[in-house]
Design a protein around this ligand. Structure first.
Ligand code: GCB
Length: 621
């Protein structure tokens, strides 16, 4: 995501640029692109707190593996792309070959893979179209807000290109003001989930590459100058000051911004600077801090000129001291579980409040005060639910396994997604950790890449802790945590699979740990596969008994690590992954869930629940 001062950039390429990119024509004049540039998408903080016209529902859809809707190799002069009209027009020089109104429907939000059997494995471009009516209001700006579109997406309103976006798990908003008209309108989107080596994530992951408009889509109206982003948090130093900033888009400097928390009788005013940013400091008396036990949320009103946002926020501090993690100044142990954004009971991408409540409800039942939301930013419904339920959150950038770490374009993509993740969700009290990466190979290029990413994250948000899930080395019976990346992190995350990818569960009993960093350590993954309902001996892989046995040996081992400050076993619920083909057992699901995709709790669930509830794991807090 480009900063707000660089809205008009090559990021928003024109149709011709896009075609050229697609067919790989190198000799495209940069001038030609720039001349017709559309605005780059922006991040609208707290978009879900604004009144919106939902565009969720059924969209006409056409799978287009050759991207013919955009371009035909045989008819280079073809001008009538599928984005221009709802259906081929009579004056089209080519035969009528598409009609969105007759095309099969796809539900938005929702991945396409789990909506139609023939699309389960589909990877490629998909066209979407939907009609909507709009009553024009003079002076308003209108944004098309997309919760996430995996992986690349392009949008047209009434045939006019409005924006494009890369990155499958972050929200963005496209200015559609000039493309709209009074009355009937239509929006066309092309979403392409083709994997590429230089994408983030890259070619291989251990989750399903669910494609499509996977999160909510809506229209949001704002005044001509409006609040696009803000950050309000409790000052670490002084317990009774809320500080931060509010950014006003498209306004002249000197715009007055007001922030108030009526319940506390607190109010602050500030003036925007030349960049549109107003720094806020507000004394608060009698603030009840947000904690997992009492996740107190306050209504917070922000306003600037004619614009207003009504937030719901908690306030807490997070920091480290030596090997401790301090929440509100007090040491805390993170009793957690890792979660994919996989929909319970129906599979596919999770997107609804109900999905979030079910997943996080199971985490609460386990006795968790913390969740690792793996391996990409989850949607706002999860974060709102975590704020409400009192679950601390690890939020993750999809820098997963072996990216092209020596490719500056890949770094730019990772940073763009990080910008969008942080600017969308920085006001959630639940989030305490920004995770830069998962299980990346220890090479100098990788280390430089993630160091750059980490300093970027710190410059965007110095109030939270930076982490990453590292790989561990083994020498004999000793696990060694010495990845040089550890120097950059505030909290070390490590993944290990003793008893599953490595030896028998009792190998944990004799395992020693050598950790080269005097910092808090979170075991971000351990676990074992089990098919729900498959019972047998504790030595028989894939049985619930075997999985429970892995937990029984892991927990005492982990308890001996002096600087252990949390854990998030892998994983709360079984999830689809093409890496897991074992017929009759996996059937293309990663079966390391403590709960099956159909909600059956496995034996290991109660082993972990008991340890968390009896506080036999971790230091008491
Ligand atoms: C890992 C990965 C996770 C996989 C898991 C597994 O280390 O971080 O994405 O799903 O192992 O099940 O192998």
């Amino acid at each position: 995501m480009k900063p707000w001062f660089a809205r008009y950039t090559a990021h928003g390429m024109t149709q011709s640029c896009l075609v050229m990119t697609f067919i790989g024509v190198a000799a495209l004049s940069a001038m030609a692109c720039a001349a017709q540039a559309v605005s780059a998408p922006i991040v609208l903080t707290g978009a879900d707190r604004r009144p919106a016209t939902s565009l969720n529902g059924e969209w006409g859809s056409i799978a287009d593996p050759y991207f013919s809707g955009l371009f035909s190799f045989h008819h280079e002069e073809k001008k009538n792309g599928w984005f221009l009209n709802r259906k081929a027009q009579p004056d089209d020089p080519f035969p009528t070959e598409y009609d969105f109104s007759k095309a099969p429907k796809l539900k938005v939000p929702g991945d396409w893979n789990t909506q139609r059997a023939s699309l389960l494995y589909y990877e490629g471009p998909m066209w979407y179209e939907r009609d909507f009516s709009y009553a024009a209001k003079p002076h308003d700006h209108v944004y098309l807000r997309v919760g996430a579109a995996n992986y690349r997406s392009w949008f047209w309103v009434n045939g006019q290109k409005v924006c494009e976006h890369e990155g499958g798990y972050t929200a963005f908003a496209c200015d559609v003001t000039v493309a709209l008209h009074d009355g009937s309108n239509f929006v066309v989107a092309a979403v392409d989930n083709t994997r590429h080596a230089d994408n983030v994530p890259t070619l291989q992951t251990d989750w399903w590459n669910y494609g499509g408009l996977i999160r909510e889509v809506s229209l949001i109206e704002v005044p001509e100058t409006f609040i696009d982003q803000y950050d309000l948090h409790l000052d670490r130093g002084e317990g009774s000051v809320i500080e931060g900033w509010v950014h006003v888009m498209d306004g002249p400097p000197g715009e007055k911004v007001e922030v108030s928390i009526p319940e506390l009788g607190a109010k602050a005013t500030a003036i925007t600077d030349a960049d549109g940013k107003a720094l806020v400091r507000m004394s608060v008396n009698g603030l009840q801090r947000w904690t997992p036990e009492e996740p107190k949320l306050y209504k917070v009103d922000l306003s600037a000129g004619e614009d207003a946002v009504h937030e719901l926020m908690g306030f807490r501090t997070i920091e480290t001291r030596g090997t401790e993690i301090l929440l509100n100044g007090k040491p805390i142990f993170l009793r957690g579980v890792a979660i994919h954004a996989e929909a319970p009971y129906r599979t596919g991408r999770a997107y609804s409040d109900q999905d979030a409540d079910t997943l996080l409800g199971w985490a609460k039942e386990l006795g968790c005060n913390y969740v690792r939301l793996a391996h990409y930013p989850h949607d706002e419904t999860m974060l709102r639910a975590a704020d409400r339920l009192g679950l601390l959150v690890w939020s993750e950038n999809p820098v997963y396994w072996a990216l092209e770490f020596d490719n500056p374009k890949v770094l730019a993509k990772a940073e763009q997604q990080l910008d969008e993740e942080i600017n969308t969700s920085r006001n959630h009290a639940a989030i305490i950790l920004w995770s830069m990466a998962n299980e990346t190979p220890n090479t100098p290029e990788r280390t430089r890449f993630i160091e750059t990413e980490a300093s970027h994250a710190r410059s965007l948000d110095p109030t939270r802790l930076i982490t990453a899930a590292l790989l561990v080395r083994t020498e004999g019976h000793t696990k060694i945590v010495d990845d040089p990346l550890g120097q950059t992190l505030d909290v070390i995350g490590i993944n290990e699979y003793i008893g599953w990818y490595e030896g028998h569960p009792d190998l944990a009993d004799t395992t020693q740990w050598k950790i080269d960093f005097q910092k808090p350590l979170i075991v971000s993954e351990f676990g074992a596969g089990a098919k729900a309902g498959l019972h047998g001996s504790k030595d028989e892989r894939w049985t619930e008994e075997y999985q429970a046995e892995v937990f029984r040996h892991q927990l005492p081992m982990l308890n001996k690590i002096p600087q252990l400050r949390g854990m998030s076993p892998w994983v709360l619920m079984d999830f689809r992954s093409p890496n897991r083909p074992l017929t009759g057992i996996q059937d293309e699901f990663n079966r390391k869930g403590l709960v099956s995709d159909q909600g059956q709790k496995k034996l290991a669930f109660s082993v972990l629940e008991k340890a968390y509830k009896d506080r036999t794991i971790g230091k008491a807090d």
